[in-house]
Design a protein around this ligand. Sequence first.
Ligand SMILES: Nc1ncnc2c1ncn2[C@@H]1O[C@H](COP(=O)(O)OP(=O)(O)OP(=O)(O)O)[C@@H](O)[C@H]1O
Length: 254
Amino acid sequence: MTGVGVRRSGNDLLADLDWTVELDERWVVLGPNGAGKTTLLRLAAAEMHPTTGTVELLGERLGRVDVFELRPRIGLASASLAGRIPADETAHDIVRSAGYGVLGSWREQYDPEDDARAAGLLDVMGAAALSGRAYGTFSTGERQRVLLARALMTDPELLLLDEPAAGLDLGGREDLVARLTRLAADPEGPATVMVTHHVEEIPPGCSHALLLRDGRVVAQGLLDDVMTSENLSATFGQPLELASRRGRFTAIRR
Ligand SMILES: Nc1ncnc2c1ncn2[C@@H]1O[C@H](COP(=O)(O)OP(=O)(O)OP(=O)(O)O)[C@@H](O)[C@H]1O
């Protein structure tokens, strides 16, 4: 993204953003409510265009490329996607249909390979038992695991996760962080951008961080350089003390 700004109703949702994610990088985007994180992820998912500046995704310039060709190369798990899934869709259909860029069961002819891949991904996410069950009956943690399996279905080059641990209990969060840690460690894994409000949710293996406040970058770069008490305090607008242990972060108010 070069010189990117997003303006709505006279407000800068994002401004002056220069940001590059390389294919072997794992980014976390951290910031308070309203900082512009979801807006940033929607640009990265080719779901919207910037008001100013340019966005290049996987070698293609937004505005010059057919986004319907681009989107299958990008895996996305977000609350807005979660909210659009019909309650009666099964986990298997939700995951399998990602290959067709649609939600839930369609009238497409699915290959047996699609079925096998969807089943395999549900298994990897610890959600095999949910395969035939309706989405409306899942707990928050179960939904997140199914959404993650769906995001990986197309073997994407770029994986975008918007608050994947939102609403999870402690065990669910730790389970998800462990899965994301394994994913981050896979050298064949996609470039990943994960949005979160909480430093505890950053999986070890994340390489880079972008801190956002009021649509502007507070700091960005290598995780270890960016994740400091000073930067975190500036991002959340209060004096915070950041600590790390075994690759995990915690933060408390000073
Ligand atoms: N169409 C719009 N018109 C005006 N303001 C908007 C519009 N859409 C979003 N905003 C505002 O832009 C800001 C950034 O929104 P965004 O959803 O990107 O933030 P976020 O960092 O993801 O927040 P959260 O952590 O609460 O999900 C918010 O203050 C939001 O109210």
